[in-house]
Design a protein around this ligand. Structure first.
Ligand code: FEO
Length: 395
């Protein structure tokens, strides 16, 4: 697909609608786009390539968009293969073209392309580095760990475009018109969630730029209401709470813990919870569960005991939260066990790795099945979860 971003900037990226799992782990029911752009000024610059899965289609787009011209530069903002997978083929096609990338990226290029001769073909840029294309200058802003260490973003001072690498990206092919926030949030917390600090650093640098258009490497080009998108990124990267609500995540073997979780959710609703979301960690999308854990300020985990530990889907979920830097939330624990309940202790062992969380000390223990005598303990846990209103929520 080729579209005009501005008079001199064309979108030349591709949709991937036949990928089974993005990064071999994320379901993408509406596919994903690998964005790439072409700047046709006095000099011609390509802004990133695409995943090798779609090289042919992208090279065809590039060829048509060039309209007989030849690229002078390939700007590589991010070396992850979903964007860098066609560097070798485009370099071979245009032998005079130079690759412009951060110093770290230039050092890393041979790791991915050991059989490409980069001698004399790279320009390493630093923070504040520039590249004149004639009618405009590209300004390079280093963005390490937004998502990888070699990442940089690029500002076009003529059209006021920020090429934002993975930042402001989302799952979903461009052929699917859908709300931005849902899939952008799932993308953010699962891909960049651990790197809130580096994202904050980048947002502070971006605040000094006059930005009219954001061109990310996934998802739609953002041209309006930029404060909305930047505001959400600010909330997410500060690990602030976006929405008032309680997320109840359960891992149940035979359905008994599921019954407890659903009853607990009903109790929360009856007590006036603004929003209660429930996830079955054995069946629902893990990436969406991670997203919801970050979105809301309160999390209740309910799990069966298993092999003197916790049922693995819950272990997997809490492990995901731990490596993504989960923090600043209120957490309640429900365990189920028929002879030697161990899930509560096992969950707490992982939760203790989270920073700045307040954990309700009284674990609710269910023995095999929910009984009327368990309801008062669930009521008390619900009261504790709802005791504090969120004063940091965006909505
Ligand atoms: Fe879209 Fe970090 O690659």
């Amino acid at each position: 697909m080729i579209t005009n971003v501005t008079d001199k900037i064309k979108y030349i990226g591709v949709d991937d609608l036949d990928i089974d799992l993005f990064e071999s782990q994320y379901v993408v029911p509406n596919g994903v786009s690998y964005n790439s752009y072409l700047i046709l000024d006095d000099k011609v610059a390509i802004m990133d390539t695409v995943d090798s899965r779609k090289s042919d289609e992208w090279l065809d787009n590039l060829d048509r968009a060039l309209e007989g011209r030849k690229p002078d530069y390939l700007v590589v903002q991010h070396l992850e293969p979903d964007h860098a997978g066609t560097i070798d083929r485009v370099m071979a096609r245009y032998p005079a073209m130079q690759v412009v990338a951060s110093e770290r990226a230039v050092r890393m290029l041979p790791q991915f392309f050991y059989d490409v001769d980069f001698e004399g073909r790279t320009i390493a840029v630093k923070e504040g580095g520039t590249l004149s294309l004639g009618g405009r200058t590209l300004h390079f802003v280093m963005a390490p760990m937004v998502h990888w260490p070699e990442v940089m973003v690029t500002y076009d001072d003529k059209d006021k475009v920020l090429f934002s690498a993975d930042g402001f990206g989302k799952f979903g092919a461009l052929s699917h018109d859908e709300e931005w926030a849902c899939e952008a949030r799932r993308y953010y917390f699962n891909i960049c969630g651990k790197y809130g600090g580096p994202v904050q650093t980048l947002l502070k640098k971006a605040a000094a730029l006059d930005i009219a258009i954001i061109c990310p490497l996934h998802g739609p080009i953002l041209t309006e209401n930029l404060d909305y998108y930047i505001g959400l990124y600010d909330t997410w990267s500060r690990y602030d709470i976006e929405s008032e609500g309680v997320f109840v995540a359960y891992a149940s073997i035979h359905g008994n813990t599921a019954e407890v979780a659903r009853r607990f959710a009903d109790i929360l609703r009856a007590k006036g919870a603004v929003k209660v979301t429930v996830a079955d960690l054995s069946r629902d999308d893990m990436a969406e569960a991670v997203e919801d854990a970050f979105r809301y300020g309160k999390l209740v985990v309910a799990a069966a005991s298993y092999d003197s530990d916790v049922f693995p889907p819950m272990h997997d979920f809490l492990y995901h939260l731990a490596i993504k830097g989960y923090c600043k939330r209120r957490i309640g624990i429900i365990e189920n066990g028929s002879w030697a309940p161990s899930a509560g202790r096992a969950m707490r062992n992982i939760i203790d790795r989270f920073k700045d969380v307040s954990v309700i000390e009284d674990v609710v223990t269910i023995v095999s099945r929910l009984k009327p005598s368990d309801i008062p303990a669930l009521e008390r846990l619900a009261d504790e979860m709802l005791a504090e209103k969120c004063d940091r929520c965006v909505e």
